[in-house]
Ligand binder design. Structure first.
Ligand SMILES: [Fe+2]
Ligand SMILES: [Fe+2]
Length: 328
């Protein structure tokens, strides 16, 4: 009975529907011919030419029915083959995507490793960025901008935001004390180094929209809504949307996790800091979206912190440091 239920509830695809319709029409044709009990004289001579002079009308009907059935199963067979080829293509595309994602994550982790250890900062950032983008897509203002592709792209490219840190010397990047102005100027360069590196890759590969978004994010994730950020001092909607989203995700993560220069703040305290920075550091609409999603942020953080594999032991540090200087 269970098996029957399963078969009955199985969704019928278009190919199956076509075959069922074909079989139904074949039976209808056969039934009509039987009911009327005649083939027209032209049909009879046509079938006799085809199947021989002694073939009876009953055989003609059976042969025609068989031809319908053979045609139907041939259609099904062809469609089956096409569906299998499509499934194989989809599977290899999926594997390619996964390999690409793993490679990007590996490279991005190399850049993060020096100052953020072996944690899951990047995995958290991409989850935060994705849910923010998904929720923003519900607003009429962003519905046409935040497409399925935008969400896929931000998931992949957000992890490249700090890739430019590879070009910052240890003495500055890992300095526990407050940075001098000169040192902070060096730290700021990670946005340009990262953006330029992605731009160089982009020029070698065509049609990879996540790289264009990755470049926007790397260049602009430290810009602030009121224009007081870096490197270009862009303000408001002049800051690319993806960078505005990642800016909030990155700061939330920096606040709620332990860094070598600070201890972790609670979700509540971090939430309050973000609210206080609404319309100065952050796009006010993105802060509103964050507030709607805050329970999910808390959940993702807790889940991903559980799977962290280790932590580099670095000197004890005071609060503030680079975060307050804006180098998260
Ligand atoms: Fe950064
Ligand atoms: Fe970061």
């Amino acid at each position: 009975m269970n098996k029957l239920n399963k078969i009955w509830n199985k969704p019928v695809n278009i190919a199956d529907q076509m075959v069922l319709v074909g079989i139904f029409l074949a039976f209808l044709y056969w039934a009509l011919e039987s009911f009327l009990n005649v083939f027209s004289p032209e049909e009879v001579s046509f079938y006799r030419q085809l199947f021989g002079p002694n073939v009876s009308e009953m055989w003609m009907r059976l042969i025609v029915l068989c031809l319908f059935l053979i045609f139907g199963s041939h259609v099904r067979f062809t469609i089956n083959k096409r569906e299998k080829a499509e499934a194989a293509l989809r599977e290899s595309y999926r594997k390619l995507q996964n390999a690409r994602m793993a490679t990007i994550l590996g490279l991005a982790k190399l850049a993060e490793y020096r100052d953020e250890g072996t944690g899951t900062h990047l995995e958290r950032i991409r989850e935060y960025a994705r849910i923010l983008a998904q929720e923003l897509a519900n607003s009429p203002r962003y519905r046409s901008i935040i497409t399925r592709d935008f969400i896929d792209d931000i998931y992949q490219s957000s992890i490249l935001h700090d890739i430019g840190k590879v070009g910052i010397p240890d003495a500055v990047l890992l300095k526990p004390e407050k940075l001098t102005d000169e040192e902070f100027a060096i730290i700021k360069r990670h946005t340009l180094l990262g953006g330029d590196a992605i731009k160089a890759i982009e020029s070698q590969i065509e049609g990879q929209s996540f790289l264009k978004m990755g470049r926007d994010i790397a260049y602009n994730h430290h810009e602030k809504w009121d224009g007081s950020g870096y490197p270009a001092g862009l303000s408001g909607e002049n800051i690319p949307l993806a960078a505005r989203i990642v800016a909030l995700a990155d700061v939330y993560d920096a606040l709620t996790t332990e860094r070598f220069y600070k201890r972790a703040y609670t979700h509540e305290k971090s939430r309050q800091i973000i609210v206080d920075l609404k319309s100065t550091h952050f796009d006010p609409e993105i802060v509103n979206v964050f507030l709607r999603l805050e329970a999910k942020f808390d959940e993702i953080r807790e889940e991903l912190l559980k799977v962290e594999t280790g932590w580099i032991e670095l000197p004890a540090h005071t609060l503030g440091g680079q975060l307050e200087s804006g180098a998260n």
